[in-house]
Design a protein around this ligand. Sequence first.
Ligand SMILES: [Zn+2]
Length: 252
Amino acid sequence: MITIHPIPAFNDNYIWHLRQGDEHWVVDPGDANPVFDALGDNRLSGILLTHHHPDHTGGVEALMNAYQCPVYGPATIAQVTHPLVDGDHPTLIGCHWDVLAVPGHTLDHIALVLHAGEELHLFCGDTLFAAGCGRLFEGSPEQMFDSLSRLARLPADTRVYCAHEYTEANLKFARAAEPGNSAIASRLVSVKQVRAENRPTLPSTIGLECATNPFLRTQSPTIRALACERGAPADASPVEIFTVLRRWKDTF
Ligand SMILES: [Zn+2]
C-alpha cells in the first residue's frame, strides 16, 4: 500500500513524499532540509523530477550525497542518473508508471502517472495546477494547450499532485474567467476553509479540474465570450482562447 504526503517547502511548494514499506521516494525536492526532517531515520530510495527549475531540483545534490540514491527525470538536469522520456514505463516503488512529455512551462517538463492498483496518481509539477496552469517560460501556448489537453484526457478519478499551493488565488481568477460556474464558486468556499486551517488543498482530481479549471474549459461559452472581449477573434480556436486566458492570468 503506497502512501503519498506533501512536504511543504519554501513559501508554497510541495515536495511529494511517496512511501511503500521501507521505500521512500520524493518528487521535485527543491530543498533538502524538509526532506531530511520528514525522513527522520529512514533512507531515501530515489528521486523523481518533473523539470529543471531550481525550486524543484535545488535539494537533489544534498539528498544524493546523503543517500546515494538514483534520480529519475528529464535528461536536461545534470544530476539525473536515469533519464525519462515520453512513453517510458518504468517500474519504481513496486508500481508501474507512465511518463508523459508536457512541454510549455519548460521544454523539458514531464508528467508522471503512478499506477497504484486501480488508482492513478498524476505528478504534474508546474504544468497543471488546481484551477490553473503554469506560466509559459519556454514553450508556446500551443505546446501548453496540448500538454494540458493530454492530462485532461486521463480518467476523471485520477488524483492530481501539483507542485504548488496556488489553488485559492487560481480559483479567484477562475471565478472572474467564468462567472456563473457554480462548481468554481463552491470549490472556492471549501478551499478558503481548508486554507484557513492551514491544510493542503491537494490532491485534486482530473474530474474536478475539468469542471473548475478555466485552462481546461476553453469550450465554455462564457470563457469564450470574455476572451473575445480581451482580444480573441470571434472565430478563435481553443488554443487562441487559451492564449488570451493565460495572458489575462499573468496580470490578474
Ligand atoms: Zn517551474
